[in-house]
Ligand binder design. Sequence first.
Ligand code: TRP
Length: 454
Amino acid sequence: MMDTKKSIHGEWSSDFGFILAATGSAVGLGNIWKFPYIVGENGGGAFVIVYLACVLLIGIPIMMAEIMMGRRSRQNPIDTMVTLTAEANADKRWHYVGWMGVIAGFLILSYYSVIAGWASAYVVKNFTGSFSGASPTDIKIIFNNFIASPMQLIFWHTLFMIATMLIVARGITGGLEKSVRFLIPALFVLLILLVGYAMSTSGYFQGLRFLFNPDFSKLTGNSVLVAMGQAFFTLSIGMGAIMVYGAYLPKDVSIAKTTFIIAGADTLVALLAGIIIFPIVFTYQLQADSGPGLIFQVLPIAFGNMTGGWLFGTLFFIALVFAALTSSISLIEPAVAWLIEHKGLSRQQACIKSGLAAWALGLITVFSFNVWSDFKIFNQTLFELIDYITANLMLPTGGLCIAVFTGWMMQRQHSEKELALPSDTQGYPLWRVVVRYVSPCAVFLVFLHVTGVI
Ligand code: TRP
């Protein structure tokens, strides 16, 4: 009966459509905004290596597991957990995994929209020529003045959230596929262009050395946790986003192949962003550990100084906003799908309710950059705290549960059939060993390490 199931929300038009949508979800602020600043805060090369290892050993197998679960049940993550738990005869407490995912999605979206709002404001700032000929100090002042203004941040956060709600209200298998189709190539072209600029700067090799030359003495237990959290965040796994996309995946598409393509494209974009940012940082003697403002203080320097910078800068921030949109919709879709399937709301109503809730929550992030910037818990602002709890704790915990559930609870024949890996490659036994032992142990060890137990 399971085999003929389809989602009530429709299906992607092809495997290419799914790859586009899932890559759209994966590639976003995580790659271009977050990756560079956490690499900068955590000392460079060694952090990058841990991050890459986490993508390979934890991220890719868990992404396959999530897509597989979604496609098997063809429902939102909460009901997917309910259906698959019943099918596997497992303990009902597994249902919490779906709930935790929806909550994590809300919390992430709340601040994601605020930062995407910054990127939107930077489209206009660049377009109106604020950066042309500006010095690094001018650019820093522009940024600091901008985040000091709650009204401006709220304005852009509101616009971005409305855009997200409008797209999700139209159903994500419709317009989404088409917009990603031109967006991803456009983003690549602009990134390559910026790499060209970075290569022309005097700090190019210093930047590359910072990014790729590991100095393991700079790695703390906390850095390892942040690197692992980033692997989850950037691949959109651990909370059901990719699961819900898997629910719309046609039956005959290879999950393994698509996963490798998505993770490969995502990793490439993050590394390109690093290759662009750090040479500029060192050329202009900026601080690599400037935090969440890093790209907003660094990229305008390039755009203000390169020929055609006005045009490329505007196009770049537009592409960044679109990349953020194709990600934000996947953060809210699990909740929306649940409200529709379970509570009988129309898609429009579901979008308005969940969008409004995430918007209101986003105000906490807005104020944490200005009026509440001195309010700290565990030495972190409220934005930093929400980011830390979601990316570094909730997503890995969700991922750990997904690995254990698919590896130990689900019947082998079910996961084997759904993944449909070619039998001559040993792909299935390898995946199974990894989700049963390697990924859960890795997550667990990192958790123990950061708490100081080992
Ligand atoms: N991966 C996106 C990025 O890197 C953000 C994102 C979208 C996400 N959906 C997610 C993160 C689900 C965690 C979980 O920008």
